[in-house]
Design a protein around this ligand. Structure first.
Ligand SMILES: C[S@@+](CC[C@H](N)C(=O)[O-])C[C@H]1O[C@@H](n2cnc3c(N)ncnc32)[C@H](O)[C@@H]1O
Length: 338
């Protein structure tokens, strides 16, 4: 069969989708059975992997070969499996770049809710919302440290950028989670102090992580819902890392206005999000993440730079702009007029 272009029309992509749920589950099984960790010391056969991980040879053979097909492992002529540059950097749990934390939530926390997608599409309502403190607090308590590596390089980029434009000394880190944004900013300047706001169930995790980085004396912690907690005033930088998407339009706009009031004149707001383009045709990760928000929140979604800029202007901010940063999307910055 031919399409109007020159590429033949085949059902290949649909057939791939039929098994599209398999790769993250294979990755999770490999992480949980320490396959990448064990291969960090050098290539191994299935028998050696089985001996060191105590998992079955049959199971390991199936997932190791699948990981070869997915280019997360290679296999040599003697049947030995080895890490690739990518799996070595990001899937070995002892490495600082380890991104497998989020993958470990696939089977028990992420997929079970997606199994209800048919019903959720019919009703437009989540089965259980993580934007509510009762369920969300417990979910994020486990989750936030696992997404630390996703934002740490972006937070460091922000810290370098802000420093070039005058050292911030009072950071307001909203929906702090692991504390990743405040931690990178505090590491970049000894003059920086941070106020971290999050739910009471999650702040103990923030405190622990901040303490692990040896920064506890420069942090203050404020617990409560974002629209109710006291933010104080006079902050020079406010960070909103991956929070607008679960808040939805109505609460996000209120949060931006509240943040504006908490900033000193000339202060800056920095927003990290999974952005979509203005006509919502891409990028795919932002579109898929919007389905995640449908499944997990009451009003959450993903937004474009243009939408968020509109809310920022409405709140009084000027000069909304993007800052290229490692991560799913560029950061959005804007200023409170001096
Ligand atoms: C996706 S995590 C992001 C954490 C961190 N900012 C980051 O970028 O890694 C969202 C965080 O927002 C917190 N959160 C979500 N809704 C909240 C609300 N309504 N009030 C206070 N905290 C909230 C969660 O507890 C969680 O720590």
């Amino acid at each position: 069969m031919q399409t109007s272009g020159s590429a033949p029309l085949t059902p290949e992509r649909i057939m791939q989708m039929a098994w599209g749920y398999v790769p993250p589950l294979v990755l999770e099984a490999a992480i949980r059975h320490r396959v990448f960790d064990v291969l960090d010391s050098g290539p191994k056969t299935i028998a050696q992997l089985s001996q060191q991980t105590k998992a079955s040879a049959r199971g390991l053979s199936a997932i190791a070969h699948a990981l070869v097909g997915l280019n997360f492992l290679s296999k040599d002529g003697e049947g030995r499996f080895a890490l690739t540059a990518e799996s070595s950097a990001f899937l070995v749990s002892t490495k600082p770049g380890f991104q497998g934390g989020i993958i470990r939530h696939t089977s028990e926390q992420l997929v079970p809710k997606f199994l209800r997608l048919n019903d959720i599409v019919a009703s437009g309502r989540p089965v259980e919302a993580v934007n509510q403190e009762a369920t969300g607090g417990e979910f994020f308590h486990q989750f936030v440290n696992d997404i630390f590596p996703m934002s740490y390089p972006s937070a460091q980029t922000l810290a370098r950028h802000i420093r070039q434009n005058g050292a911030p000394n009072r950071v307001l880190d909203l929906a702090a989670g692991s504390g990743v944004w405040g931690i990178a900013l505090a590491q970049a300047s000894p003059h920086t102090t941070v106020t971290s706001v999050d739910w009471p169930e999650v702040l103990p995790v923030t405190r622990n992580t901040v303490a692990r980085f040896g920064l506890a004396d420069r942090f203050t912690f404020v617990e409560g819902d974002l629209l109710e907690a006291g933010f104080g005033t006079g902050h020079t930088l406010a960070t909103l890392g991956h929070i607008l998407h679960s808040e939805g339009v109505r609460r996000s706009r209120a949060l931006l206005t509240k943040t504006f009031d908490a900033l000193a004149p000339g202060g800056t707001i920095a927003i990290a999000e999974f952005l979509v383009n203005p006509d919502r045709t891409g990028p795919t990760v932002g579109l898929l993440f919007a389905v995640n928000m449908l499944v997990n929140t009451e009003e959450g979604d993903t937004y474009s730079f243009e939408e968020i800029s509109g809310w920022l202007r409405e709140a009084g901010f000027v000069n909304p702009r993007t800052l290229e940063a490692p991560g799913p999307s560029p950061l959005i910055l804007a200023d409170k007029p001096a």
